[in-house]
Structure formats: C-alpha cells, structure tokens
Design a protein around this ligand. Structure first.
Ligand code: NAP
Ligand code: FE
Length: 366
C-alpha cells in the first residue's frame, strides 16, 4: 500500500460577494491588518474596496502596501515586512494574483519573527508566519491553497521558493474579480493551473488523494478548452477556471511541481516570459519525455484531446513562441535545472542533463 500524507489546512470559501458576506472572520485574526496588493488591478476589479469595507465594518484598522510587482523580489518582501513591523500588523490580507499573495506569505514570516532576515526565508524552515488571508484575482497559481511563496532573488539571478510552509488560513474566492482580467493574462494564468495539474498528477509525490483532485481539475479545464481557444470568457467559464486553479493548488501542495516549473524560471528571469507561458511552452515536450503512458493518456482524455500534437497545437496557438533564447542560454539554464534537486526529485524517473537540453530545444524550436 502506498504511503499517503494529505494536509491542506486552508478554509476555502467560494461565493458571490464572499468578502462582505464573511467579514466577521477577519476579526478572529486581530485588530490591525496589513493589506498587500499589486499596483492597480485590485482597485479596478473591486477586491480592494470589498476588503477595506469589510475591515471598516469590523472596526479593524489597516495599512495598505500596493506596490507588489510581477514575480515579486526579496526587496519588495522586505519593504512589506518593514511596514508590517512598524505598524505591528496582526495579520495580512493578500489580494491579487500569485505575486502579491506570495509576497504576503514571505513578509508574514519576517513580521512574525522581527529579527529574521531575507536569508532566513531560505535557511530557517521552522519559522512561522502571521495569519494570511488570500483573495485571489487570477485563476492560475493556486497560491491560495499552497504553502509556497516564489520570489525573485536578484543576487542569485533566479526565482525560488521560501523554505517555510505558509498555507493561508482562509481563501476567499469570488469570480466577479476575474471578470476584469485581460485575455492575455487569463490565458497565461489558466495554463499555469494546467501545468500544476499535469506536473502534480505525474509527480513522484502524487497519491490517490492528489490524483483524484488532479483528475477533477483536468476535467474542469477540459470543459473550458474550446472557450479558451475562442477567448469566450463568460462567468461560468471563469468560475470553472477558478475552481480548476484552486484545486490545482491543492494538488501541488501535496505533490509539488517538477521540470516545467523548474525550467520555466530561467525563461521568466532572463527573458521576461510570464510564468504560465514559461511552463506552458515546455509542457508538450515534458509529456513526451514522461514514461507513464497510462497517466499521459488519462490527461489527454480528461482534456478532451486526441493526442500530444493536439495539446501542442493548442499551447502554441494560445501562448505563441519565445525567440530570444540561444543554444548557449539553454546550456546554462540546463545546468541550473540540474542543480534544482527539489524539482528533479519530484519527477518520478532519472533525469540527465541531455534530457533537459532536449526538452528546451524541442519546446523553443532551436
Ligand atoms: P501576477 O504576477 O500576480 O499578476 C499579473 C498581472 O495581472 C499584474 O499586472 C496584475 O496587475 C494583473 N491582475 C491581477 N488580477 C487582475 C484582475 N482581476 N484583473 C486585471 N488584472 C489583474 O500573476 P499570477 O500569474 O497570478 O502570479 C504569478 C506569480 O505567482 C509568479 O511569481 C509565480 O512564480 C507565482 N506562483 C506561485 C505559486 C504558489 O504556489 N505560491 C504557484 C505558481 C506560481 P496588478 O499588478 O495591478 O495587480
Ligand atoms: Fe506555477
């Protein structure tokens, strides 16, 4: 019997006006909140206003950090922590895509332990965070149900995850915030969720529980496939994508991501490729590399696709190509991937450097 260890402590609420309907839960976490969000989208989609109204109703004072960039840097995390430490914030509400919510999780560690530095984020796994409440406004990363926070490290010139596990206490999901998401970001983020489902399903750490979730997530994604092709993003489609993304977060919380995520970080850091696109363009060659034919066929079946070429064509049409990468770049990114032992061990079989080079070259058509 295969060993199973399933842990997902986040309370998930999905509803219309979920923030306002559940404002009472904010007061369980203290009377001083710190809101962490991106530059403008949370103002435009109404999520910031809903949260501030809920906090006012509960008599909770708050500060706002609204300058989190895409692929948040350690410098940004430090700036958030400085604000939270000065204001003695009891808890953080992260509003936005994966970037603000991940930055909130990492800053939560530095606020809880006032003496902790950026280096502790990668070396002191036992540190805890102040409570995090996640209000996602993209359907892609699933960070609202994962313990991970991925940061840009400009010293190491890459992106990598903090070593602590920070599950949000609560995830508040409202599809209305997604209605303002531009087509390009909707597509890229949805393909991030697809990558999580595929990598998690094929992971060495997958188990019967994470597989059941992954299969449901893939089925939901399959039901949206034609609408994604047509860019027909109705409320119903966005709700399915939001569910698929949150479920995908639950999958990778157990099973982790593997090669496409590990290989995609270099494309994001050095070529500014959005996170979902970076994984997505590697997915077909990754699936060609995977030896578990039964699971690969099941993925295609759930996505309502006949074969890997059909998946490749869908991803090409949706994502376009990346043409700034050279053979020399691939050689250096492959070395970097081969040193990422965490991602390598999530792939169920032996991986050698030539495999990584081939996947990069096939995907980037070099
Ligand atoms: P993002 O970087 O958070 O946001 C991308 C863009 O979307 C930003 O310009 C943002 O604008 C805008 N945006 C967000 N919500 C919007 C809305 N409802 N309407 C209109 N525009 C909106 O994108 P993301 O793909 O969600 O997050 C990517 C990050 O998550 C990466 O750093 C990735 O590594 C990480 N990630 C984390 C996990 C995890 O488990 N923790 C898993 C996968 C990926 P504003 O800046 O104005 O807000
Ligand atoms: Fe991702």
């Amino acid at each position: 019997m295969k060993f199973i260890n399933y842990h997902m402590p986040t309370k998930i609420l999905l509803d219309e006006d979920v923030v306002l309907k559940n404002c009472a839960l904010f007061s369980t976490y203290g009377d001083k909140a710190l809101i962490v969000t991106g530059k403008t989208s949370s103002i435009k989609n109404g999520s910031l206003e809903d949260v501030t109204n809920a906090l006012k109703k509960e008599g909770i004072s708050y500060d706002i950090f609204n300058d989190v960039e895409e692929n948040p840097s350690l410098e940004t995390v430090e700036a958030i922590a400085k604000l939270g430490r000065n204001q003695k914030s009891n808890f953080i509400i992260g509003i936005g895509g994966g970037s603000p919510i991940d930055a909130a999780k990492a800053a939560g560690i530095l606020i809880k332990t006032q003496t902790a530095t950026r280096y502790d984020l990668f070396n002191s796994p036992n540190l805890k965070s102040v409570p995090i409440i996640a209000v996602p406004t993209t359907a892609g990363t699933g960070t609202e149900t994962t313990p991970y926070a991925i940061l840009t490290d400009n010293e190491l010139q890459t992106k990598h995850g903090i070593c602590q596990k920070v599950f949000p206490e609560v995830a508040l999901l409202d599809v209305k915030y997604l209605m303002f998401l531009p087509e390009r970001i909707t597509v890229n983020t949805s393909i991030d969720a697809l990558s999580h489902l595929i990598e998690g399903y094929l992971s060495a750490k997958s188990n019967i529980v994470s597989d059941a979730l992954a299969e449901k997530g893939l089925k939901l994604f399959g039901e949206c496939l034609n609408m994604i092709k047509e860019k027909d993003f109705t409320y119903v489609v966005r709700e399915k994508l939001m569910l698929a993304s949150t479920i995908a977060g639950m999958v990778i919380a157990q099973a982790g991501t593997s090669l496409p995520h590990g290989m995609g970080y270099a494309l994001t850091y050095f070529h500014n490729v959005p996170h979902g696109k970076a994984n997505g363009i590697l997915l077909k060659s990754y699936l060609e590399f995977c030896v578990d034919g039964h699971k690969v066929r099941k993925i295609l079946y759930l996505l309502t696709l006949e074969n890997l070429d059909e998946l490749g064509n869908f991803l090409n049409d949706m994502l376009g190509c990346v043409d700034s990468v050279t053979s020399t770049d691939i050689s250096s990114y492959s070395d970097e991937m081969m040193s990422n032992t965490y991602k390598l061990k999530n792939h169920p079989d032996l991986v050698i450097r030539e495999d990584i080079i081939k996947m990069y070259k096939d995907s980037l058509k070099i």
